[in-house]
Ligand binder design. Structure first.
Ligand code: ATP
Ligand code: MG
Length: 381
């Protein structure tokens, strides 16, 4: 008997999307196909079936695929009880666990037996042909059998995917990426809810080394394993910082930095057709992240500013950064443009009218335009 292998991918939430369900499924298929270009990727009822050239490469990619709750490398047989039994027995012989259970799911309700009856009959066949014993509650090996009209999948493992929704189903956002711990996690949160992220990084090169840019590039590379191809805008910020340092009171510097970042971000978002800005701010984490200061920064733009980490503790953010693989890069000590000319006593409750009054010292539009004219766009796959 020739055995065919595949990887079956299960999703949860997109199954509940009613009329939009096809749109979500099609996007997931497209994302998997983009990532695994030499694989056959098919949408079947409630699952996506992937037949890759290399199972190892597919497993690594699918672990990072947004929209997949879990997936399983499986053996495929025809949906005929004798074939299923032959395959289950042969696979169980190879594994020969002390205890096992068989879990049957049958989406083809026209199949002659109920799920429980099929499980019992397959279990008996295994008992007869191997030394393994049944244990329904704490089995060493759980053999899953999924029967559909077209074919049947037999597998033993459920490997976690990234969960959430397929990237591309919730529009596009522009993520402000600093190279620190928080902003990559904020971007990931949006990806996981289906948004494609375009990135922007503000740097003070050549006044500082190019290290913050290199670090941010590395983070974009890691993040693009969750969303596919990524674009980053590298925006020179040193000149703006100098002007702010010279033209405003010390305590408001960070507020002005952020206001300029928002404005430049909004313009890039317009070009990229991104519908919102994303930052890694968390309420009260540092002086610039009070409600007053966040208001004073977002009020300069019309696009929504999303702060997905607003309610996260630092520890929670760190553990997620470790889970997605950005933490080690983020903690590398590098001079971020924002720590330049930092005030000794930063304002924690920005007075908006004072901020606006003092901002009259700057040729705002010109500064924004110059920064955008001098930005560089880089692409990552
Ligand atoms: P992070 O860990 O993301 O650097 P942080 O806790 O250091 O965040 P801040 O330095 O106050 O916080 O920055 C707040 C947010 O502003 C960041 O999460 C990021 O979204 C944005 N930001 C700050 N500096 C930059 C930068 N140089 N380039 C792009 N975005 C930035
Ligand atoms: Mg930072």
């Amino acid at each position: 008997m020739k055995t065919n292998k595949c990887v079956i991918c299960h999703y949860a939430e997109i199954g509940t999307k009613g009329k939009n369900r096809r749109f979500f499924e099609d996007q997931l298929v497209k994302n998997i196909q983009n990532k695994l270009s030499d694989a056959k990727v098919l949408k079947m009822r409630n699952r996506v079936v992937v037949s890759p050239k290399s199972e190892e490469i597919a497993v690594a990619a699918l672990k990072k695929m947004c929209g997949i709750v879990y997936f399983s490398p499986a053996v495929v047989t025809a949906s005929l009880i004798e074939e299923i039994e032959g395959e289950v027995v042969s696979l169980m012989k190879k594994r020969s666990p002390r205890t096992f259970r068989i879990t049957v799911k049958r989406s083809d309700k026209s199949f002659p037996l109920s799920s429980d009856k099929i499980a019992a009959s397959l279990g008996e066949a295994v008992l007869k042909n191997t030394k393994s014993q049944v244990d329904l509650h704490q089995a060493e090996v759980n053999c899953y059998v999924e029967i559909t009209k077209e074919e049947t999948y037999i597998y033993f493992e459920k490997i976690k995917g990234a969960g959430g929704l397929p990237v591309g189903t919730s529009g596009k956002v522009l993520s402000l990426l600093s190279g620190g711990i928080d902003s990559p996690v904020a971007s990931f949160r949006l990806m996981k809810r289906g948004s494609k992220n375009v990135f922007v990084h503000f740097h003070a090169y050549p006044d500082t080394s190019a290290a913050s840019m290199e670090k941010t590039r590395e983070i974009v590379r890691i993040l693009s394993s969750f969303q596919g191809e990524s674009i980053i805008y590298m925006v020179p910020f040193a000149q703006i910082q100098k002007e702010i340092m010279l033209g405003s009171r010390e305590s408001l510097r960070v507020i002005f930095y952020r206001r300029f970042m928002m404005r430049i971000g909004e313009e890039i978002a317009r070009r990229e057709k991104a519908q919102a800005l994303v930052t890694g701010e968390s309420l009260g984490q540092v002086a610039s992240q009070t409600i007053e200061n966040m208001r004073a920064t977002s009020e300069v733009v019309d696009v929504p500013v999303f702060r997905p980490l607003l309610g996260y503790d630092k520890e929670e953010i760190i553990s997620e950064a470790k889970a997605i693989g950005t933490y080690e890069t983020s903690i590398r000590p590098e001079e971020d443009c924002c720590v330049r000319f930092l005030p000794r006593y930063p304002e924690t409750k920005a007075n908006l009218s004072l901020v606006k009054k003092e901002e009259k010292n700057f040729a705002v539009e010109e500064m924004v335009t110059t920064a955008i004219e001098n930005c560089k766009v880089e692409r990552f796959t």
